[in-house]
Ligand binder design. Structure first.
Ligand SMILES: NC(=O)c1ccc[n+]([C@@H]2O[C@H](COP(=O)([O-])OP(=O)(O)OC[C@H]3O[C@@H](n4cnc5c(N)ncnc54)[C@H](OP(=O)(O)O)[C@@H]3O)[C@@H](O)[C@H]2O)c1
Length: 243
């Protein structure tokens, strides 16, 4: 049997990078996309990833970039068993300080980017393939951030039904507090992450590998009867608010 194939958007950092490393270590042929974490256009192992993980510079907001990325996938992998729609940006803040640029970035990368990446990948997805969205944003991150991520679960569920005739499963992971470089870029210190982690029922921030394991599960035959679901990986955050 040939090795399963995976495309991970936003695979140059944090959760996407950890997922690329995990799947590669389990024998998948993996490609990643990224933006600022890549210096060249294609063919470079991005951001310290294993050498045979091909990284493609593709802005999730740009349809021509997505076409070019899918052409690279077609040439190098042939087809896809997993599409992990993970590229995302955070612009936390209250309404007063959320400007149009921040609002547009949130919806363009997190929503439009995921939608059109999947649209462009459709011809490459094998029967029985798995699509996983990264969702997860607590309401403490601000209205625009919550709305952008909140658009994804209904999108995911609609697409699960649309693609079910092709036996393509569409699910989501919702990370809680996961310690990734995203926080450093937002000016959040390790001490602040430690302080927030004290409110997590399991008593720690998650690691990117915690999410990678969930994605690997959703992509595996073990999850072969699961579609249209959002798997929360949060160390118990929010559990008390559920019925
Ligand atoms: N960390 C958390 O606590 C947490 C919680 C809930 C949800 N999430 C979600 O998890 C996902 C990954 O977050 P992370 O924490 O791992 O963040 P990260 O370390 O900042 O990684 C984000 C990834 O997205 C890529 N990206 C950003 N803008 C892009 C664009 N326009 N086009 C293509 N790629 C783009 C980045 O590429 P470059 O670096 O190469 O530009 C990077 O690979 C995001 O969707 C985020 O919203 C994270």
């Amino acid at each position: 049997m040939s090795a399963p194939t995976a495309l991970i958007t936003g695979g140059t950092s944090g959760i996407g990078k950890a997922t690329a490393e995990l799947l590669h270590s389990r024998g998948h042929r993996v490609m990643v996309t990224g933006l600022t974490g890549l210096t060249g256009l294609t063919g470079l192992a991005g951001a310290g990833l294993p050498e045979d993980v091909v990284a493609v510079r593709a802005d999730a907001r740009s349809l021509p970039d997505l076409d070019q990325a899918m052409e690279q996938v077609r040439r190098r992998l042939g087809s896809l068993d997993l599409l992990f729609l993970n590229a995302g940006v955070s612009r936390p803040g209250p309404i007063e300080s959320t400007d149009e640029t921040a609002f547009d970035a949130l919806f363009d990368v997190n929503v439009k980017g995921a939608f059109f990446t999947l649209q462009k990948a459709l011809p490459l997805l094998n029967e029985g393939a798995s699509v996983v969205f990264t969702v997860g944003a607590g309401e403490g991150l601000g209205a625009a951030m919550t709305a952008a991520k909140g658009a994804l679960p209904p999108l995911m569920r609609s697409l699960a039904l649309e693609l079910a005739p092709r036996r393509i499963r569409v699910n989501a992971v919702s990370p809680g507090l996961i310690d990734t470089p995203a926080y450093g870029r937002l000016g959040v210190s390790p001490e602040m992450i430690d302080a927030w982690a004290r409110d997590v029922p399991l008593g720690r921030a998650g690691a990117p590998a915690d999410i990678a394991e969930a994605v690997a599960f959703l992509a595996s035959p073990a999850a072969g009867y699961i579609t249209g679901e959002d798997l929360v990986v949060s160390g118990g955050v929010g559990v008390h608010a559920r019925p």
